[in-house]
Design a protein around this ligand. Structure first.
Ligand code: CP3
Length: 374
C-alpha cells in the first residue's frame, strides 16, 4: 500500500520514486534522469500534434497538454514528466497581451515601462488557469508511479521578457529599469512573484510531485546584484511552497524521509556558476547547474544541504555516441560528490537532437548508476 505507517518509509507512488528520492537526498535505485524541453520539437510526434495549433493555444487544452507531456515518458523512459506549458502562460492569464512566436519566443505587445503597466498585471486565481489544474489532474492519474514536475518562470526571467518585449541577449532595458528605477523594479518583481506563486500553488494542489523555478537568464547578473534585486523575490516564491521536510535534517545532511509535506523545489538558471550558492539560499532543495561548472565544484559552492541537477551540454547530444557516453560517465562520477543528483542537460534539448540519442542516454544513466537493492 502507499499509506505511510509510523517509522516506516512510504513505499510506492511518485513520492517514493528515484527522482523524488534524489531531490530529497535519500538513497534510491539509480540516478534519475529527465531532460529540460524533453517535450518539444526533437520529437516527430510532437511536431505532428502541434502542426495546426499555436503554442499558447496548445498550453490551454488539457488533452493536448497531457498527450504532449506523456510523449517523452513513453518514448525515453525518463524518470519524471514535466508539464507541457510555458513560463509566460501565467503572465498571459494575468492579462498581459503576449504571444509565443515560433523560432523567436515570447513577444509582448506593450512592454512594461511604468507603475500603471505593473498594476495591469492582475493577481491570478485557479480559475484563470483552470486548464492547468485539469491537465495536471489528468496527468497524475495517467502517470501512476512516475512523478510529474510542475514549473514556472522566476521573477527576473519573466521581467526580462516583459521589459524587453521579447528575447534579449544583453537584458539592457531590464537592467536599466532595475538600476534606474529600483522601486518600480521591486514592484514589478513582487507582482510577478505573486503570480508565479499562485501558478505553482495550483499545480501543487492538483498533484505535481516537484516544481522547477526557471530563472533562465539570471546568469546575466553579478552575485551582488542578484542578491539585491532578484533573490528576495525568488525566495518569496519558493518560501510559499515551503516544505516541512527542509527543517528536519539529520546530522549527516540527509533528510528525514518521513517529515515531508510540500514538494521538492528545483531552482535553475543558465550561466549561473557564480550564483549557485545564492540560488540555493533562495530556497531550493535542488540547484540546477549548466555545463560550465562541473558538478563536484558546483556542490562545493552550493553546500551539502541541497541536491544538484544537470549538466550535460545539450550540444554534446549532436556528437558521436562515444563522446556522449564519455561525457555522461564523467557527469555521473562528478555528481557523486553531491548529496543527491538528478541527471539532466545543462539547458533544454535542441530541436535538431536525434531522439534515439536521448533514449540511449536514459538507458546509460540507469545502467551506470544502478545500485543493488539492500
Ligand atoms: O519539456 C519541457 O521542458 C516542458 C515545456 C517547456 C516549454 N517552455 C515549452 C515550449 C518549458 C519548461 C518551457 C519554459 C521556458 N519557456 C523557459 C525556461 C526554460 C529555458 O529554456 O530556459 C523559457 C526561457 C521560455 C520562453 C520560451 N518559450 C522560449 C525561449 C521559447 C523558444 C522559442 C523557439 O521557438 O525557439 C518558447 C517556446 C516554447 N516553449 C516551445 C516549447 C516546446 C517551442 C514552441 C514550439 O514548439 O512551437
Amino acid at each position: 500500500g502507499t499509506a505511510a505507517r509510523d517509522g516506516e518509509p512510504r513505499r510506492g507512488g511518485p513520492a517514493d520514486s528515484a527522482f523524488v528520492r534524489a531531490c530529497r537526498r535519500e538513497p534510491g535505485p539509480h540516478t534519475p534522469v529527465w531532460f529540460m524541453r524533453q517535450a518539444g520539437r526533437s520529437l516527430p510526434e510532437y511536431r505532428e500534434i502541434r502542426a495546426n495549433v499555436g503554442m499558447l493555444d496548445s498550453c490551454r487544452r488539457p488533452e493536448l497538454v497531457a498527450e504532449i507531456t506523456l510523449q517523452p515518458v513513453r518514448r525515453h523512459g525518463v524518470d519524471a514528466a514535466i508539464l507541457f506549458s510555458d513560463i509566460v502562460v501565467p503572465v498571459a492569464a494575468a492579462g498581459v497581451d503576449l504571444d509565443i512566436v515560433a523560432g523567436t519566443g515570447p513577444v509582448v505587445a506593450e512592454p512594461v515601462r511604468t507603475r500603471e503597466d505593473v498594476e495591469r498585471i492582475r493577481p491570478i486565481t485557479r480559475d484563470d488557469v483552470s486548464y492547468v489544474d485539469e491537465a495536471v489532474r489528468m496527468l497524475v492519474a495517467e502517470l501512476g508511479d512516475t512523478p510529474l514536475i510542475g514549473f514556472a518562470g522566476a521573477p527576473f526571467t519573466l521581467a526580462s521578457y516583459l521589459v524587453e518585449g521579447g528575447p534579449s541577449r544583453t537584458h539592457a532595458k531590464t537592467k536599466a529599469l532595475m538600476y534606474g528605477q529600483p522601486e518600480l523594479w521591486h514592484a514589478l518583481c513582487a507582482r510577478l512573484a505573486e503570480v508565479t506563486a499562485a501558478f505553482l500553488k495550483v499545480q501543487v494542489d492538483a498533484g505535481v510531485s516537484a516544481v522547477q523555478l526557471f530563472d533562465s537568464w539570471a546568469g546575466a547578473l553579478s552575485e551582488a546584484d542578484y542578491r539585491r534585486y532578484v533573490l528576495p523575490h525568488s525566495a518569496a516564491v519558493l518560501a510559499g511552497l515551503a516544505d516541512d521536510f527542509s527543517g528536519s535534517r539529520r546530522g549527516d545532511g540527509r533528510a528525514e524521509p518521513e517529515r515531508s509535506q510540500g514538494v521538492p523545489r528545483i531552482h535553475f538558471g543558465v550561466g549561473t556558476g557564480e550564483l549557485l550558492g545564492a540560488m540555493g539560499e533562495a530556497g531550493a532543495d535542488v540547484v540546477g547547474v549548466d555545463w560550465r561548472t562541473p558538478l563536484d565544484q558546483a556542490t562545493r559552492r552550493i553546500g551539502p544541504d541541497r541536491a544538484v541537477q544537470g549538466n550535460l551540454d545539450p550540444c554534446v547530444l549532436l556528437a558521436p555516441w562515444s563522446v556522449v557516453e564519455t561525457e555522461v560517465r564523467r557527469i555521473l562520477e562528478q555528481g557523486r560528490a553531491a548529496p543527491g543528483h538528478v541527471f539532466n542537460l545543462g539547458h533544454g534539448v535542441l530541436p535538431e537532437t536525434d531522439p534515439d540519442v536521448l533514449t540511449r542516454v536514459v538507458a546509460l544513466v540507469h545502467e551506470v548508476s544502478a545500485r543493488p537493492a539492500d
